[in-house]
Write a protein that binds this ligand. Sequence first.
Ligand code: HEM
Length: 515
Amino acid sequence: MSKADIRSATDITLTTTAGNPIADNQNSLSAGPRGPLLLQDYQLIEKLAHQNRERIPERVVHAKGWGAYGTLTVTGDISAYTKAKVLQPGAKTDLILRFSTVAGELGAADAERDVRGFAVKFYTPEGNWDLVGNNTPVFFIRDPLKFPDFIRTQKRHPRTNLRSPAAQWDFWSLSPESLHQITILFSDRGLPTDVRHMNGYGSHTYSLVNEAGERVWVKFHFKTRQGHRHWTNAEAAQVVGRTRESTQEDLFASIDKGDFPRWTLQVQIMTEAQAAAWSEATGLNPFDLTKVWPHRDFPLIDVGVLELNRNPGNYFAEIEQVAMSPSNIVPGIGFSPDRVLQARIFSYADAHRYRLGTHYEALPVNAPKCPVHHYHKDGSMRFFQNDTGNADAYYEPNSLDGPKQDARFAEPPLPLHGAADRYDHRSGNDDFIQPGNLFRLFDAAQKQRLFDNIAAAMQGVPESIVRRQLALFTKCDPAYGEGVRRALKLDPVGDDRIKGTSATDEAKESDGIPA
Ligand code: HEM
């Protein structure tokens, strides 16, 4: 609180929510000094009733979060690819960024190994653009049909009410598309010291459209300018013993003292022709969320700088009630055939209507900073007027000059082909090359920490599940499966057998003699 906010007690009279002055806020209204209370003590009733309504459902995922306001300043020039005003050279756009962990509840400790959310709402002159990403460029699944099951394994077991490593590894070992994200999660990057020292990624493939109506595919990256910092499991355990709010403390304090965190916004661009050629050459799908685009083929292009420079004034109003929706998109930025993105276009706005209410977009933190003209009508907590320029224009089309569609904002058509079917998303999609490549990038110490982190997370998991998962690591790289097996102190038998090693070799290994 600044000095200017501290006013003397006599300046402001306490009131009810209806503005009626309150004479006594210390003593309830009773019949006699020791008697029961009177129903007419409206002030007491209002206080208790309000308290009972202070909680709304926490987010079904990403419940624990930390956020701040800031700006995006565009220093590069990608106007050849997009007409979006927010991405034009020199543009400066206000934003709010909410970071989060995925699995923990609202009161979870911050220093936990988990993916971090990196969700940005840009208040652009063409409406809000929400880029709801993570601190990882890929994800655990590539088909949204699997999302509720995946999340179920991350949350509490229905009987024990504890998180279940057995369920997690059962699901992962049956879902090899998760290998890339698992390798990141259990590497150093899976436990950042705070959110200033990590990258953010849009993760999905999106599209950009330029003034000429030409479309390219794009991936968004936010590279931390603070450098990367991580905790080991042991360090994090100490931190959690000291404070459960380490990330909140770090982010709030650094902004409060004027040490504003910054990220460089970069994009990778793929033309439609390049997408077809890359797909042909590698067999990979440019819209597969479990894959990255190699930087050497699709170099990073600098776009601008994202800075966080203002803490929220009220955490509940501005961070708990911020509603991030991948469906919020602006002219010049569009979706792609990524099927997980397609599902998210539905899921978030639906979640907000349930969690916050029908008119959640009208809450101050969510309200666009540009004129809003729509015909949506009533519902709980309607506290705005429809700005249609004419009270009689409450439907559309009308002959009263109410707001109407404008074909200038149409996207170029996207050719689609193929018969409708439930195609096996596993066939023809390699799950092992990219996680194997990432594994091979790690130095010996990083690899050992990866093995140890995975082994720690597998404690108590049935051996059959562990063996199934080891076989998957081995398919990424024999040294990967072998390293985890050794960290688990398991004998080299079963499905995780390394291809090409003989029974004798395995026997030697189990005796501690390297094959
Ligand atoms: C939050 C659904 C995949 C990042 C949420 C929420 C839902 C959801 C329902 C809670 C929204 C709220 O109540 O405010 C889904 C579904 C997915 C999916 C159905 C896949 C089928 C992803 C992916 C990413 C992601 C791939 C990142 C690339 C986030 C983030 C939040 C979130 C950052 C928190 C947003 C905030 O800070 O308010 N997700 N999600 N999710 N999700 Fe997802």
